[in-house]
Design a protein around this ligand. Sequence first.
Ligand SMILES: Cc1ncc(COP(=O)(O)O)c(C=O)c1O
Length: 396
Amino acid sequence: MIDTDNWRERFSDSMMGSLAAPMAMLQRGEGAHVWDVDGTRYLDFLAGIAVNALGHAHPVLVEAVSNQVATLAHVSNYFASPPQLELAERLLRITGAGSEGRVFFCNSGAEAIEAGIKLARLNRGGGERTRILSLVNSFHGRTMGSLSLTGKPALREAFEPLLPGVEHIPSTIEALEAAMDGTVSAIFIEPIKGEAGVLDLPDGFLKRARELATEHGALLILDEIQTGIGRTGTWFAFQQHGIVPDAIALAKGIAGGVPIGALVTFGWASELFQPGQHGTTFGGNPLATAAGNAVLGEIERAGLIENAAHLGERLRSIIEAMGSPLITEIRGQGALVGLGLSKPVAGEIVAAAFANGLIINAPNASSIRIAPPLISGEAELEEFRQIFAAVLEAQS
Ligand SMILES: Cc1ncc(COP(=O)(O)O)c(C=O)c1O
């Protein structure tokens, strides 16, 4: 039995002060539920921030990881492995990148973005492409490169100076048109800004970004770390915008909780990296890629992409039916739902939901984020409805 006594003190005495105090200590999970060390059960409608696509302890993932760790867990980049190639080929198929695409495996979202930044640097033209664009209020990760792209000054300031040449522009077509020219090597865009409160882009924004990137020889790199892997009702959010990017950064849901990230390139962008220019010890190891194959295979087999779209529609109609004056806007796509609030009480709502057995999240004081596991069904939606309606009622 693992010792869980005095865990809050032990956390602050042992863990780096970079993290805020945790909400609880969780001990186990099953399906869309988790239990804390006191045995209290929660409906997990955050799914580890859009990671646990199959929920917790899904038998398909448990079996795949158990078998792989008992067979071959890690080999280094000096060797290939069957699950690695299977996952790369699967990603090329579901992204539509196909035979002209390529996959780089890493271990997190930030690392997938780092690979994208190096790709941007390789797209120099004759040396004139020195600028990288990203969006105000975006989130791309916490490493120095990905933080340079992150459009939240409060997260960046303590760590400046960051990467030179990065500019943050507002999410408007006018700002995009004004900023794009032949000095831009890449533009990084989240199709929906999850960490900013699940903010949608203006209509036509991605299409215009695609046109301008093509016109000026820049790479269009989409950060689908939060929106990818079926969550928005298609494998990837860009597939709902009628465009093809030059690269997408992935992580979170790929392996259902086993750490993994990937940069998938399309077309000419696949030819930029040369042997020896990038790598990472763990990236694409047999264990993580076997987990990825299990998760993506199960998403396809069980129709979880269609379920994500359905979950999104049901969540929206359930929340609308609550008729709460606190909720001014329902944002996002599929099973990535953001609620705009009339008052900055998101923290209080999340705390009250948690006290009543529901895990949701407040990306900021005026936004709630809901990202259920893609396996959720009517029973979980009803449990959500009951708890959330009572919480909103008490807050109004
Ligand atoms: C859109 C987006 N990009 C990048 C990241 C960074 O991913 P990671 O935390 O795995 O480094 C996140 C994480 O929340 C994200 O939501």
